[in-house]
Design a protein around this ligand. Structure first.
Ligand SMILES: Nc1ncnc2c1ncn2[C@@H]1O[C@H](COP(=O)(O)OP(=O)(O)O)[C@@H](O)[C@H]1O
Ligand SMILES: [Mg+2]
Length: 228
């Protein structure tokens, strides 16, 4: 589903953030990308979203080499991958409902389908009652629920989260982790960057550890074959 082949990234200022990384992530996986601050987690995620291009190597998402995608084909990726960030990134002038509806409008979903899917998805993440609220009227945990709804409302097969619990207290973080696992159980491939050791150690998922732009560990649970 996702494959990196000898991927390196050097930023224009000379920082080598990724060095010859190869890895495969299968459909339906739940993968943690871990490593200390500055190790290259966000760089990896930005390349999966084509916010950054690798300096060399190939990145395959859903059988497409996204390094070859033209700028105007990037909306294709937006349909394949839902995203969640540490800072929620909701649109401040739109209600909860409209934030989620907007994600469907940009991929040109039909209005009838939007009216059906938005309430259902808000219900799935437990925030349906607040559909009229604006982001500033919500707690951090509630905002992240809305961001999760937005990330899954288009039924994208992949969800990528960069430190989604980074701004949340531990209890709220666990609520968000529970939702991410529910989403994964519905068949969505989840890739989550985090440096929160307790979450990673407790959940016992596949862990890819990055240090200084290099993969130094790739754990595979239960006889999992990483090379497939
Ligand atoms: N736009 C950029 N330009 C130059 N260097 C960058 C840029 N973004 C990240 N870096 C550098 O790349 C390295 C990896 O950063 P990042 O991927 O953000 O790590 P992490 O998410 O693991 O904290 C760091 O040394 C960081 O300073
Ligand atoms: Mg980061």
């Amino acid at each position: 589903m996702i494959s990196l082949q000898n991927v390196s990234k050097t930023y224009p200022n000379g920082t080598r953030a990724m060095k010859n990384v190869s890895l495969n992530i299968k459909k339906g996986d739940f993968v943690f990308v871990v490593g200390s601050s500055g190790s290259g987690k966000s760089t990896l995620i930005k390349m999966l979203l084509k916010e950054e291009d690798p300096t060399s190597g190939k990145i395959i998402v859903n059988n497409k080499d996204i390094t070859k995608l033209k700028r105007k084909q990037v909306p294709y990726l937006r349909r394949e991958i839902g995203t969640v960030f540490q800072d929620f990134r909701l649109l401040p002038n739109k209600t909860v409902y409209d934030n989620v509806a907007f994600a469907m409008q940009v991929v040109e979903a039909n209005p009838k389908e939007i009216r059906r899917a938005v309430p259902v998805t808000l219900g799935l993440v437990g925030i349906a009652k607040k559909f009229k609220c604006y982001p500033h009227q919500l707690s951090g945990g509630e905002q992240q629920r809305v961001a999760l709804a937005r990330a899954i409302v288009n039924d994208s097969p992949i969800l990528i989260a960069d430190e989604p619990t980074g701004n949340l207290d531990p209890e709220t973080a666990w609520e968000i982790m529970k939702l991410l696992q529910d989403i994964n159980k519905r068949g969505v491939t989840v890739v989550m960057a985090t440096h929160e050791k307790e979450i990673v150690d407790t959940l016992r998922k596949r862990v890819i550890e990055i240090d200084n732009g290099v993969v130094i560990r790739d754990s595979c649970e239960g006889g999992y074959d990483c090379e497939d």
